[in-house]
Ligand binder design. Sequence first.
Ligand code: SD4
Length: 322
Amino acid sequence: MNSKRQFLKYSLLGGLLAQAAVPLQAMSRRRAQANRPIVISTWNHGGPANEAAWELLSRGGRALDAVEAGARVPEADPAVTTVGYGGFPDREGKVTLDACIMDEKQNCGSVAFLQDIRHPISVARKVMEETPHVMLVGEGARRFALEQGFQPENLLTPRAEAAWRDWLREGRYQPVINIENHDTIGILALDSAGDLSGACTTSGAAFKMHGRVGDSPIIGAGLYVDNEVGAATATGMGELMIKTVGCHQVVELMRHGYTPEEACREAVERIARKLPDYRQFQVGFLALDKAGNYGSHCIQPGFNFAVRDQRGARMIDAGSKL
Ligand code: SD4
């Protein structure tokens, strides 16, 4: 064998060994005993959402039911201006909602650019369970929701309308980092049976272009669940997660032995390497593995998440790149 071929052979072998070593090291750092049930979710409004999910999980309920119940809490809360009823509208004053849900059997359902329906996460679940499709958008999604018995209503609250009118005075679209226009809820749960599910629901970026869809209803970008490995969800400027298929990456990294936190950090690092303007935006990833380990990482300081397990409820600040 000439020396070049020999070199190639040994570097390949070295590479394979190094790849194999990562999972072993990382796994030894993980809990031997699974921490379940557990539910985690993004931002402060994750606290009340987790409580609703815990109600079910603590009684042996299914992760899928738990994440849906949790996501419905901020969807119905007019004080949460980034999700469901009370969400800030787009530039034309229309509240348009995005959501998706994924279960332990790789089933998923999604709605995007949905108007007039308070609980897009439940419509997404209906898409998953009652149709042969994964995603319905716009008027088609709305019509399907009505057929399924959801009631149409005006989702624009006086507070959200006032904020929009205020914005119209300048009408300059500049995404603001970390404050009110970026607070999607992503919620991940592991149930007592050891099954994972996730949900993600949002009114999207405030004052977005009419018709804009973010990462939150896009499987792989705003949410991904693989019941063999773990689950991930994201919050922040959805365009960055779509460009990098962020949540799928996080789950795949966990498959290759990264802890949830390491996987989230690497997904943020990849955004930083590939998207030069990343400093202007917030992105936060949140991940849960099959053993109930969790972790998070974001671009800008300020992203936090809520955890609920047997030890109780707590809020945790995510580590950040900047
Ligand atoms: C979006 N990711 O539509 C959503 C917005 C958001 O936390 O997360 N906020 O891009």
